[in-house]
Ligand binder design. Structure first.
Ligand SMILES: [Zn+2]
Length: 529
């Protein structure tokens, strides 16, 4: 028989389609799956014994903030070791292209608390240039969406100005160009800037282009400038955009949290109604009860205008600073912020704040929490990020997890980690999301492996049009994970997040062994899809 490059023998294949697992060997030749079945006579350069283990397609993360982290650290062990072979970038519309060099430097700095600091001299002038920065240079595959933030920076800048007339035309052209150069859709985040300066009409106009080209509209729902959003922003606005533009809508990190745990029918009612009317909708979530972000999201409106240089001036101006402190206090309850903690501090002098509660940093400095947030942004020159605190009640935490698994049982759901792999005490989702869902929570809540695997493989591959991925079959790309169904689990916790999972001995990306016996091999076979 023909000699293959890799032969995976004796495993149980969960092929990604959701059909029952079956016993088969799998052979890889080049980048592709060359054979699947009884291959006991076959010879190969490398044989992986998968006896007692599951062989499945590589996991696809539909929401990762690795745009900067991958460029700074292409090995990307935190994602790869989870069995992730593809990540969808440009989430919340926050990324780096298309931007002219000066705009890239400005927006890179503005986003540094969320995306870190990739090299300053990269070409980000187009979606092609963006994708080329990753292609065959990083360990996993990447998928791009045209990011709303960059479209706005490239047209009206970091300004509270509407896109209309010539600027809207230019923005539409940028969306079109980005998609023609490989983006699979368009992404926005309406708690972030300059995205939130938009109104619903702008988003409908831009999404008409996306719809025409068959792409997906990926949305983090509006909670800033809600008066500009149809129906006050949120779900109503996203559905209206779907109805009026005809675009396929994908909801980012949509699930219950501690305050509405157990109320899935309530959060899904309007979405299911829109689906019955014919709006094409998919959704994603991550399996933790709280999130993570950067503190610029606490500020509203004109604070963001002009970017980092102007923001720092504002924070150093006594009078303006007082106004922003009031704004944060009005928008957030002090008690709600108290147990948030700093995850990432990008300046050595203040590194010790990583892992500290907001209330403790504020107490140490003898200021209010809102004042402390302003001071830390100023002291770190925007290079800071934070995360929420999980509920004290384990019962509440478990209820949110049960909700996550019930949502993932829906055929329109997938998993997006929302990973922000920055800082010593990051949110555990950056290291644990996929093994937590596929292992720990699947076992705890009694879901079928085939179904859970389908949600993280075929489902996202179909939604984001990743041809030849997401299903194990002859001729498809060899993005493969070998894991132990009983052992696979996350070890990353809120207390000790930067710990890799267990039970995932092998990961193959485009036919190359990227994780070998739970060790990263250094192979950079990731492609821009
Ligand atoms: Zn996000």
């Amino acid at each position: 028989m023909a000699a293959f490059d890799i032969l995976i023998t004796g495993g149980t294949v969960v092929d990604g389609t959701g059909r029952p697992a079956f016993r088969a060997d799998l052979a890889v030749k080049g980048k592709k799956i060359a054979a699947l079945g009884d291959l006991h006579d076959a010879v190969a350069e490398r044989v992986i014994d998968a006896t007692g283990k599951v062989v499945s397609p590589g996991f696809i993360d539909t929401h990762a903030h690795s745009d900067g982290a991958l460029l700074a650290d292409p090995q990307h062990a935190n994602g790869l070791r989870q069995g992730i072979t593809t990540e969808v970038l440009d989430q919340d519309g926050l990324s780096y292209a298309p931007l002219k060099p000066a705009d890239y430097r400005m927006y890179r700095w503005y986003l540094s608390g969320l995306l870190g600091l990739p090299p300053e001299d990269l070409d980000m002038s187009s979606m092609s240039a963006f994708l080329a920065n990753y292609h065959r240079k990083v360990s996993i595959n990447v998928v791009a969406l045209v990011p709303h933030g960059c479209v706005r920076v490239s047209t009206v800048g970091m300004k509270d100005a509407p896109l209309k007339g010539a600027t809207l035309k230019k923005a539409e052209a940028l969306v079109r160009e980005g998609m023609e150069q490989g983006a699979k859709g368009f992404a926005t985040g309406m708690s972030y800037y300059p995205n939130a300066y938009s109104d619903t009409a702008e988003l409908i106009a831009l999404n008409k282009v996306v719809a025409e080209l068959g792409g997906v509209y990926v949305t983090h729902l509006r909670n800033h400038h809600t008066e500009r959003g149809f129906g006050g922003g949120g779900v109503a606005e996203a559905l209206e955009i779907g109805r009026r533009s005809g675009v396929k809508v994908h909801f980012s990190h949509y699930r219950t949290s501690a305050h509405n745990a157990g109320k899935i029918p309530e959060i899904m009612a309007d979405i299911d109604q829109a689906k019955r009317e014919g709006v094409d909708i998919t959704l994603e979530c991550y399996p933790y009860p709280v999130g993570s972000s950067f503190p610029l999201s606490y500020f509203h409106g004109d604070f963001h205008e002009g970017g980092p240089v102007e923001i720092l001036k504002r924070l150093k101006d006594r009078k303006q600073r007082a106004g922003y402190i009031k704004q944060i206090e009005e928008m957030n309850q002090e008690s709600g912020l108290a147990e948030n903690s700093w995850t990432f501090i990008g300046v050595d002098k203040w590194k010790s704040l990583e892992g500290m509660y907001f209330r403790d940093v504020a107490a140490e400095r003898g200021v209010s929490i809102a004042e402390m947030i302003c001071d830390v942004i100023r002291d770190t020159e925007l290079k800071c990020g934070f995360r929420g605190a999980p509920p004290q009640s384990s019962r509440l935490w478990r209820m949110v997890e049960q909700d996550v698994m019930s949502l993932v049982a829906r055929p329109d759901y997938m998993i997006g980690s929302d990973a922000i792999p920055l800082g010593s005490i990051c949110h555990p989702r950056a290291y644990g999301t996929f093994p937590r869902v596929v292992g720990r929570l699947r076992r705890r809540h009694g879901y079928k492996l085939e179904q859970v695997v389908q949600r993280v493989t075929q489902n996202p591959a179909e939604r984001f049009q990743l041809k030849g991925r997401g299903v194990l079959k002859k001729g498809n790309f060899a993005d493969i994970v070998v894991f132990d169904a009983d052992e696979i689990t996350d070890l990353s916790t809120f207390e000790d997040p930067r710990v890799h999972p267990v039970g995932i001995p092998f990961v193959i990306v485009n036919g190359r062994v990227a994780v070998d016996h739970e060790r990263c091999t250094g192979v950079m076979a990731g492609e821009a899809l």
